[in-house]
Design a protein around this ligand. Sequence first.
Ligand code: NAD
Ligand code: UDP
Ligand code: UDP
Length: 319
Amino acid sequence: GLGLGLGLGLGHVNVGGRVPLGLKRKTLRVLVTGGAGFVGSHLVDRLIERGDSVIVVDNLFTGRKENLVQHFGNPRFELIRHDVVEPILLEVDQIYHLACPASPVHYKYNPTNVVGTLNMLGLAKRVGARFLLTSTSEVYGVRSCYDEGKRTAETLTMDYHRGLGIEVRIARIFNTYGPRMCIDDGRVVSNFVAQALRKEPLTVYGDGKQTRSFQYVSDLVEGLMRLMEGDHVGPFNLGNPGEFTMLELAQVVQETIDPNAKIEFRPNTEDDPHKRKPDITKAEELLGWQPTISLRKGLPLMVEDFRQRIFGDQKDTTV
Ligand code: NAD
Ligand code: UDP
Ligand code: UDP
């Protein structure tokens, strides 16, 4: 079955400039840890589409089988329920390491970022696979044990690269949204979209003048794949430089879902960054990557998914 589906994805395969368009490319065996989660499942869609064999390792803590159900029965797809904190033996060519406790609200301390990353680097070393770490914009500011975990993961990754010659890639991901996003982990986009759909007020923390830059998930996945296929270690910032205040975001959500949605102000946390916007010059220059989906284009693309997950069968009668 090698080479199956290549016709579909050739445009995507040529990302690193290493496979001339039109030439057949070896089917890769790709491991995606955290592949049942929000970003990971979209990445798996693209890898399967371009003809790769994909193994997902996920403990399903915040990930969901439903995110991958479209691949069940495909011989090029396999889901293993496993915690990356435990060693595992697999034979693969590439490892996208996304497994991570979802957001700081979920856990105070979790060994996934450290022990899980060490295990996946050990696996990369044993089989000679290329390893990509999804780090976070949070490494630029001190806030929680979440960013400490990611910083340690970056350090381990560079240690394996410099000390043992393992091929590694590091992405620092900025706020990302889209279908399959966790509905209630407290992120602002998922909160606002769910609130607008439920006819609840949009909860703006603080004065709402703090800014974030929101990246649509397919742009991120394209960036991750270019990074993996390219020749540069990184770290690369992957995010959408379009900057919005939380009040502006609320307005886009109103325009997209419900113009009558109310806004309710709530106290903000003290350490909330006032501004966050990625500098993506390096990714533009070395990966030839930049996001293509603006917030106004991307937001509507997640509404139907949220509607279905929130209202389920009642969908037709409640909206
Ligand atoms: P997510 O929670 O949807 O996905 C993480 C996945 O990892 C889940 O499926 C979860 O079940 C799995 N997982 C957690 N601990 C595990 C363990 N010990 N063993 C195996 N599986 C485990 O989150 P996401 O938004 O898809 O994030 C994916 C990656 O991108 C993470 O590394 C995250 O830190 C990074 N990131 C995401 C954003 C964002 O805005 N979404 C921003 C910065 C960084
Ligand atoms: N490891 C793993 N799968 C493998 C190879 C290694 O889970 O295929 C784990 C291994 O159990 C260890 C970690 O990765 O805990 C680091 O492995 P490495 O060989 O780099 O270090 P060592 O075992 O020599 O300390
Ligand atoms: N936020 C908000 N209302 C919410 C959730 C979050 O105004 O219901 C704000 C939060 O204070 C922060 C911004 O939105 O300023 C982004 O928060 P999120 O948790 O989504 O991402 P992060 O802070 O990690 O960038």
